[in-house]
Design a protein around this ligand. Sequence first.
Ligand code: FE
Length: 207
Amino acid sequence: MDKTAMYKLSYGLFVLTAKEGEKDNGCISNTVIQVTTEPNRIAVAVNKSNLTHDMILNTSKFTASVLSEEASFEMFKHFGFQSGRDVNKFEDLTDTKRTANGTLAVLKGTNAYITANVISATDLGTHTLFIADVVDGEVLSDVSSATYDYYQNHIKPKPEKTEKKEGGKKVWRCKVCGYVYEGEELPKDFTCPWCKHPASDFELVEI
Ligand code: FE
């Protein structure tokens, strides 16, 4: 099996938001797809380590705001590289709108939002697959949607040149967010502290 075949799948990018009690939160997702038109349903797989996952599981409501090619790397850092358990991601974010089911849409760096109510949740181990009825939505701009490929080539900053390390240490870089790990060997169970992706998403940096 050539696992790099999986890299040829294309993905969109989204801010996935939920509200539980008085708390709003959101994370970055690349797995929102429409699964049926009649009825209009979408699916999203969410990593269980995200607070947004628990909030969707508990409330059965979410909004997927579609990131556009105008989205900044700051947007990805804000929603993707920190946890809602540590910070209030919506404290200083004013470009938002309350949607039909009470969850927030993000209006900056996005071209549309789709609001949905969960009808089934399937446990996939590391993730939960949510299927949901679309209940609200709006187009916000004509800017093209950002694909994961576009993020890699145009939004994520180009990596800085890495200097040779002392003591034979090697350098691995997270291909998703750019986080750098230094050491003798990258632990197989390592998880990126910024974007939570596994060791398999790291590459050895040639120095
Ligand atoms: Fe990462």
